[in-house]
Write a new protein. Sequence first.
Length: 202
Amino acid sequence: MTLIKDKEITKAKLIEAVGEIIKESGYTGLGVNKIAKRAEVDKCLIYRYFSGFEGLIEAYVLQRDYWLRTNNNAETFVQRPDEGLKEFVSRLLVEQFDYFNNSEEMQELIYWEISERNELLNSISRTREIKAGSLLARIDDEVSDNTIDFRSLSALLVAGIYYLNLHRRVNDSSFCELDINDPEDRQKLRKTITQLIYHALE
């Protein structure tokens, strides 16, 4: 039992070290030696527990990515008993907006994902698509006669969430005269996400 506990503690330390390095130095600061040093463990444990650097990064992303994290312990997204479809979907997207806005680590990882061709990140992106597909399939069943293509709307909203935050991160400037650092402007964006979802799912 102690060996299992020690293994899980070490794995958690390594995953945490990845996040700390990303926050401090970006994804370019990552490396086996740096991660092991930050976690204060032997680098051979990265290979033993994660089969190497890429396996560790994958484990990190699976814990931190909003869509993968939300769906980590279930085959479908959890809808609260008091929520209709509109409330459920708008909550998920507003929560994603807030999560991504507050997570420098995920901003850096998405920036990495779109900045260079990387088979590991492509694989994670495909996994994200598969996980989100269960939600989209549920919505398709309920809005099959709707004039708005909900998948296209979702793509634009999620891409917009990513871009607004990455634009702020890189350029530290407003976009369409909205400053995502300003609480009032962030609330306007949350409200607009909800309005668009409600309109699309009427």
